[in-house]
Design a protein around this ligand. Sequence first.
Ligand SMILES: [Zn+2]
Length: 117
Amino acid sequence: MEELLAWLVGALITGFVGYCIGSRAGMGGSGFTLGFLLGPCGWVLLYFMMRMNAREASVEATQRAEAARRVPCPMCREPVIRGARLCPHCRSPLDWSAERHRGKIVIPARRRTGPRR
Ligand SMILES: [Zn+2]
Protein backbone atom coordinates (compact mmCIF):
# COMPACT_ATOMS: atom_id res chain seq x y z
CA MET A 1 0.00 0.00 0.00
CA GLU A 2 2.82 2.37 0.86
CA GLU A 3 4.55 1.53 -2.43
CA LEU A 4 1.40 2.40 -4.38
CA LEU A 5 1.09 5.69 -2.48
CA ALA A 6 4.78 6.51 -3.15
CA TRP A 7 4.31 5.74 -6.86
CA LEU A 8 1.20 7.93 -6.99
CA VAL A 9 2.98 10.85 -5.28
CA GLY A 10 5.95 10.46 -7.66
CA ALA A 11 3.65 10.32 -10.68
CA LEU A 12 1.80 13.44 -9.48
CA ILE A 13 5.11 15.27 -9.02
CA THR A 14 6.42 14.32 -12.49
CA GLY A 15 2.98 15.17 -13.87
CA PHE A 16 3.13 18.59 -12.23
CA VAL A 17 6.62 19.19 -13.67
CA GLY A 18 5.28 18.15 -17.08
CA TYR A 19 2.40 20.58 -16.62
CA CYS A 20 4.85 23.41 -15.80
CA ILE A 21 6.98 22.59 -18.88
CA GLY A 22 3.99 22.27 -21.20
CA SER A 23 2.07 25.30 -19.94
CA ARG A 24 4.68 27.61 -21.51
CA ALA A 25 3.50 26.40 -24.92
CA GLY A 26 -0.19 25.99 -24.03
CA MET A 27 0.25 22.22 -23.59
CA GLY A 28 -0.20 21.99 -19.83
CA GLY A 29 -2.72 19.14 -20.02
CA SER A 30 -0.56 17.08 -22.35
CA GLY A 31 2.47 17.87 -20.19
CA PHE A 32 0.73 16.62 -17.07
CA THR A 33 -0.46 13.43 -18.76
CA LEU A 34 2.95 12.64 -20.26
CA GLY A 35 4.76 13.44 -17.00
CA PHE A 36 2.27 11.42 -14.96
CA LEU A 37 2.41 8.35 -17.19
CA LEU A 38 6.03 8.38 -18.42
CA GLY A 39 7.90 10.48 -15.86
CA PRO A 40 11.09 12.14 -17.17
CA CYS A 41 10.68 10.25 -20.50
CA GLY A 42 7.37 12.09 -20.85
CA TRP A 43 9.15 15.42 -20.33
CA VAL A 44 11.54 14.60 -23.18
CA LEU A 45 8.64 13.56 -25.41
CA LEU A 46 6.82 16.76 -24.44
CA TYR A 47 9.89 18.84 -25.30
CA PHE A 48 10.00 17.39 -28.82
CA MET A 49 6.24 17.86 -29.24
CA MET A 50 6.61 21.52 -28.24
CA ARG A 51 9.47 21.96 -30.74
CA MET A 52 7.39 20.41 -33.53
CA ASN A 53 4.44 22.68 -32.69
CA ALA A 54 6.69 25.74 -32.68
CA ARG A 55 8.14 24.77 -36.06
CA GLU A 56 4.67 24.25 -37.54
CA ALA A 57 3.54 27.62 -36.18
CA SER A 58 6.60 29.25 -37.73
CA VAL A 59 5.92 27.64 -41.13
CA GLU A 60 2.28 28.75 -40.96
CA ALA A 61 3.29 32.32 -40.12
CA THR A 62 5.72 32.35 -43.07
CA GLN A 63 3.02 31.03 -45.40
CA ARG A 64 0.53 33.63 -44.14
CA ALA A 65 3.07 36.42 -44.67
CA GLU A 66 3.81 35.08 -48.15
CA ALA A 67 0.08 34.90 -48.98
CA ALA A 68 -0.43 38.48 -47.72
CA ARG A 69 2.17 39.67 -50.23
CA ARG A 70 0.24 38.15 -53.11
CA VAL A 71 -2.67 39.61 -55.08
CA PRO A 72 -4.68 37.97 -57.86
CA CYS A 73 -3.55 38.57 -61.43
CA PRO A 74 -6.24 40.59 -63.27
CA MET A 75 -6.02 38.25 -66.27
CA CYS A 76 -5.79 34.73 -64.89
CA ARG A 77 -6.69 35.32 -61.17
CA GLU A 78 -3.63 33.33 -60.05
CA PRO A 79 -1.76 34.88 -57.08
CA VAL A 80 1.20 37.04 -58.05
CA ILE A 81 3.74 38.72 -55.79
CA ARG A 82 3.02 42.43 -55.37
CA GLY A 83 5.49 44.36 -57.50
CA ALA A 84 6.11 41.62 -60.08
CA ARG A 85 6.53 42.88 -63.64
CA LEU A 86 5.14 39.76 -65.29
CA CYS A 87 2.53 37.26 -64.14
CA PRO A 88 4.40 33.96 -63.81
CA HIS A 89 1.28 32.06 -64.82
CA CYS A 90 -0.08 33.83 -67.91
CA ARG A 91 2.96 36.08 -68.68
CA SER A 92 0.81 39.26 -68.73
CA PRO A 93 2.80 42.44 -68.01
CA LEU A 94 1.65 44.08 -64.75
CA ASP A 95 1.68 47.83 -64.03
CA TRP A 96 1.97 48.75 -60.35
CA SER A 97 2.28 52.50 -60.84
CA ALA A 98 -1.48 52.65 -61.46
CA GLU A 99 -2.28 50.86 -58.23
CA ARG A 100 -4.74 53.14 -56.47
CA HIS A 101 -6.78 50.65 -54.52
CA ARG A 102 -5.20 48.09 -52.32
CA GLY A 103 -4.99 44.76 -54.09
CA LYS A 104 -5.79 46.20 -57.52
CA ILE A 105 -3.33 45.94 -60.34
CA VAL A 106 -3.69 47.08 -63.92
CA ILE A 107 -2.43 45.53 -67.10
CA PRO A 108 -0.69 48.28 -69.08
CA ALA A 109 -2.09 49.15 -72.49
CA ARG A 110 -0.08 47.50 -75.23
CA ARG A 111 2.15 49.83 -77.15
CA ARG A 112 1.71 49.88 -80.86
CA THR A 113 4.81 48.50 -82.48
CA GLY A 114 3.78 48.62 -86.12
CA PRO A 115 2.60 51.53 -88.27
CA ARG A 116 -0.91 52.86 -87.73
CA ARG A 117 -3.57 51.63 -90.06
ZN1 LIG B 1 -1.79 35.96 -64.81
